[in-house]
Design a protein around this ligand. Structure first.
Ligand code: AMP
Length: 286
């Protein structure tokens, strides 16, 4: 079944209104397209839990801090429609920028306390752009549930907090990170990697898994873990590590002594491609 492709906000609202009025539930899956298995898992969750499924495909300009990154972002709507058909999606909402931002955006959603660390410092305005566009999509679709990947842990934390702080009645459902067999997290950006870069890209997940095991085995010093893991990033000249941090799962602030569950997250460039990944780890109890 081919999903219905909708490009205007008014048309999406008109299609969803009778569904909502009849008491049926709506699941929303916000994406930027170039859909892969990770996105499919989100859609599967939405399909399982809801009567109607809306996938949004919008390469949101306000969350890109680099113009070249925005321009180079893959756009594959025909393939994405086929994926959505296979996953039994009802509606694909793929607006253009003029539809989403018809006039200068003067109202923004910002969660600064959760964006001081990890990707925040290197991507000024990124999470403000994400939170704002997600808020707009939530307002447009009025869905019952929305599905986000744990792969983008900081994004997930920001959106959960936005929903809580602004008393929004949508349920946020988190889906575990989908990985290649060697551990590399699936990402639309992986398409840009050369074969050689692809092999090196696995370094990030390897380092995260090693650090996660150390936490589980009872190492309590974040500094010790970082010191033991960081050399792995120096083995390839193509790799430029942006950060490798051990943070509190709630506040996303760095911890020194690990006593509660932590998020271990990293970002690195392989050549010109920026990759992020994370794992959750809990110290042994007792
Ligand atoms: P994107 O299209 O990259 O903006 O991602 C759209 C949604 O898919 C976000 O909620 C991401 O966290 C999620 N996602 C991306 N990659 C993965 C993955 N490998 N596993 C699970 N979810 C993912």
């Amino acid at each position: 079944m081919t999903p219905e492709l909708i490009t205007s906000i008014a048309a999406l609202r008109a299609r969803l209104l009778p569904i909502r009025r009849s008491g049926q539930t709506i699941g929303l899956v916000p994406t930027m397209g170039a859909l892969h298995l990770g996105h499919r898992r989100l859609i599967e969750g939405a399909r399982r839990d809801n009567d109607a499924v809306v996938v949004t495909i919008f390469v949101n300009p306000t969350q890109f801090d680099r113009k070249d990154d925005l321009e180079r972002y893959p756009r594959t709507l025909t393939d994405d429609m086929a994926v959505c058909g296979e996953q039994h999606v009802d509606f694909v909402f793929a607006p253009d920028s003029a539809e989403m931002y018809p006039s200068e955006q003067l109202t923004w959603v910002d969660v600064p306390a959760l964006t001081e660390h990890l990707c925040g410092p290197s991507r000024p305005g990124h999470f403000r752009g994400v939170a704002t566009v997600v808020m707009k999509l939530f307002q447009i679709a009025q869905a019952d549930r929305a599905y986000f990947g744990e792969k983008d842990a900081q994004q997930l934390a920001v959106i959960r907090r936005m929903v809580r702080d602004l008393n929004m009645s949508i349920e946020i459902v988190a889906i575990p990170t989908v990985r290649e067999s060697d551990g590399l997290a699936l990402s639309s950006r992986n398409q840009r990697l050369t074969a050689a870069e692809r092999n090196i890209a696995v370094t990030l997940s390897q380092a995260l898994f090693t650090a996660g095991k150390a936490v589980q085995n009872g190492e309590r010093s974040a500094g010790t873990i970082r010191t033991s893991v960081l050399p792995i990033f120096h083995t390839h000249p193509e790799v430029r590590l942006e950060y490798f941090s051990i943070v509190d799962v709630e506040t996303l602030t760095p911890v020194e002594t690990i006593a509660t569950p932590v998020l271990i997250a990293g970002a690195m460039y392989v050549g010109t491609t920026r990759l992020i990944d994370n794992v959750l780890a809990a110290p042994p109890s007792g």
